[in-house]
Design a protein around this ligand. Sequence first.
Ligand SMILES: O=C(O)CCC(=O)C(=O)O
Ligand SMILES: [Fe+2]
Length: 354
Amino acid sequence: MSAIDFTSIPVLDLAKATRDKIVFLAELQHALIHIGFFYVKGHKIPSDLLNSLTKQTIAYFDLPLDEKLKTDKTNSPAFLGYSSLGNETTKDKKDNREQFDFANDYPSTWTEGRPIYERLTGPNLWPAEEVLPGFRQTLLSFQSQAQDLAETLIRLVAEALDLAPNALLDRYVLPRQQHHAKLIKYPAMDQLNPLEGTQGVGPHRDTGSFLSILYQANGLPGLQVQSHAGTWIDAPAIPNTFVVNIGTGLEYLVQNVAVATTHRVLSPPAGCGPRYSIPFFLRGRLDQKLIPIDIPQRILDQRPQTVVTDSGHQFRQLYANDPGLYTLLNRISSHRDVGIKFYPQLAKDHSISH
Ligand SMILES: O=C(O)CCC(=O)C(=O)O
Ligand SMILES: [Fe+2]
């Protein structure tokens, strides 16, 4: 076990990043190296926008199934749109959540002969405006503000590791890159088939991304983070904050000195109603190999020695060598119906079946 383990998740105040930067960077450095998770308060995303986002999220999932299926992911080679309850798996176990994936609204530009992962960039599937007035605009506004926040944070992450502020952003994140976000609904246990278990989403590390920013929209508990010793620590919703965590891409790039910590979501207890949450994932560019960067030795020396994980996930060298193909294969194995429809050969070559 490492010398410094954690029993709770720290709250960092972004306002301090300008007011008292040295202290802020020291707190951030500690969170990156020893926890891999932190809350951020003092951000600039207006609460009015977040309240509208929560309302739109609930309204979307309350639509009749046939309306939601008009935006079904099986219509999107970019894996955007709706996936129904139990349609996603983590480590071959069914997750009990419904989702709507969205991203910066870009057209698809892939043509035959271009790298296949370029098909991951493509347009959103929106419900008709008259069905959910304001939905599209609210989500895109959140998407753009969450991206600004993530870019601010990744600059501060670089500084906290004694790198130049733009060392990560300029090289590894493209200005017009398509980043994903999603609306998620986790039904409470009394709304699920008892045989389905209590896995909202199973233990995992965020793969194929650098930073995740999570808004716990209606304040329900369920998110848990695994300490180095293997204990599950609650990460309850704290008003006016986001939960931030590190993805495996960034972990690899910085020689494991920022940890991509394992986490999971338990279905809400019976009687609580559903949990709604909205993560945004800052993705590294798909065409840029990941080559670990130089980090000062005094920072490397602080790395935890042993970290227990229930994730089962091993870093795959393919991610570093070909982030685009890796990201695509990851999406195919999480959403097999979409993968088999649009990428049958790849799914076959990698033994991905229903
Ligand atoms: O919904 C949550 O609270 C966490 C979601 C999550 O970890 C994920 O989708 O990667
Ligand atoms: Fe996650």
